[in-house]
Write a protein that binds this ligand. Structure first.
Ligand SMILES: Cc1ncc(COP(=O)(O)O)c(C=O)c1O
Length: 346
């Protein structure tokens, strides 16, 4: 079907399809079919529905990519963002505070479990994960534990596409032709209860998965392991809920060995499974750090955050006793952190 917008200056849908095919490199693009297929053009959304260019309506089950918690077309969101753009669209994150970002940081701290009271805003989920991983390194450097840097991650876990976040991603690594920093990570075997041997109870499977972590710590050495990262529910890894008790038991082991526990809630936070955050409400743990994005703005604008506990902050702040330097800087910045309209929208 030839779809044109005759009588307007707007490009025809056929042109959009052709330009997209020719010029846009999409995520997860199959290299053997480069320019060999078209993506569906969507151009309108309202509530839970999307419409394609022919006017065909779809229910958007996943909410974009697990983002659009509040649904499409929310007028109050558009108004808040537009008003903030006109009032103050940007302010340097180095030297200024802004009302929307301070309010949002306070709100997130109030919603987050336990002492997770310190919010570092990022540009999305991967950069929130990078922030958490680099905080593990910074934390241990500050404590003079230069070797305590390895991150334990899990097969089938997805944590993002930046260099560090993809390093700790355990999904289909055999098919991934991008380089990662293998020195920094060790992977635990799949926790999916559905792949347990026939006849094994879920409790026994949980024991086995907890033992995987204990064995890993034993072989790598707790003095070399800085952090553990896990999604409360393995999201892109198949929407897999780990066996009952797994998170609490692995959290306790991490605590015993002073391994920082990062709960990657990029998908599960902000109502996706019925709570602001799933870590405590659903799984009974108050992690050292929570990473989040997606539902934070419901996908209306890109924004993420790494939320750090007071317990961690208390141990990595204060003067440096080491090389006699006058002060220590948390030298980590996203220049678009946090554009005011994003925070106002969130
Ligand atoms: C659990 C999890 N962590 C991190 C990310 C990366 O987020 P982003 O794509 O915003 O960088 C994703 C993305 O789907 C995710 O599912």
């Amino acid at each position: 079907m030839k779809l044109t917008k005759s009588g307007t200056n707007e490009p025809a849908i056929d042109d959009i399809v052709a330009w997209d095919r020719k010029h846009q490199l999409h995520p997860w693009a199959p290299m053997d079919a480069w320019r060999g297929y078209d993506n569906m053009v969507v151009n309108t959304a309202k509530g839970i529905h999307l419409w394609d260019a022919t006017g065909k309506r779809f229910i958007d089950g996943p909410g974009g990519m697990w983002c659009v918690q509040i649904g499409y077309g929310r007028q109050e969101m558009a108004d808040a963002i537009a008003a903030q753009v006109m009032q103050l669209p940007y302010a340097s994150p180095w030297t200024t505070a802004t009302e929307p970002s301070a309010i949002l940081a306070k709100k997130i701290a109030d919603m987050a479990p336990g002492d997770l009271n310190n919010v570092f805003f990022t540009t999305g989920g991967s950069t929130a994960v990078d922030t958490a991983l680099r905080t593990v390194h910074f934390f241990n450097n500050r404590l003079g534990r230069q070797n305590k840097k390895i991150i334990i991650a899990r097969e089938k876990g997805y944590h993002g596409s930046t260099y560090l976040a993809s390093t700790v991603t355990g999904k289909e690594r055999d098919k991934n032709r991008f380089d990662v920093e293998t020195r920094l990570v060790r992977f635990l075997p799949d926790v999916n209860p559905y792949v347990r041997p026939a006849g094994m109870t879920e409790t026994a499977w949980c024991d086995e998965k907890v033992a995987d972590l204990e064995r890993m710590i034993e072989s790598v050495g707790a003095e070399n392991i800085g952090g553990f990262i896990a999604e409360p529910i393995l999201c892109s890894g198949g929407v897999i809920i780990p066996p009952a008790g797994y998170h609490k038991r692995t959290f306790d082991i991490c605590r015993k060995h002073d391994i920082l526990y990062i709960s990657d809630e990029v998908v599960t936070a902000f109502g996706r499974i019925g709570h602001w955050f799933a870590s405590e409400a659903e799984f009974g743990i108050v992690p050292d750090m929570i990473t989040c994005a997606k539902g934070l703005t419901s996908g209306y604008l890109p924004l993420g955050a790494c939320i750090i506990s007071d317990r961690v902050m208390d141990r990595m702040t204060g003067p440096d006793d080491g090389a006699g330097s006058r002060y220590v800087i948390f030298e980590w910045l996203h220049i678009f952190r946090p554009p005011c309209e994003l925070c106002r929208g969130a």
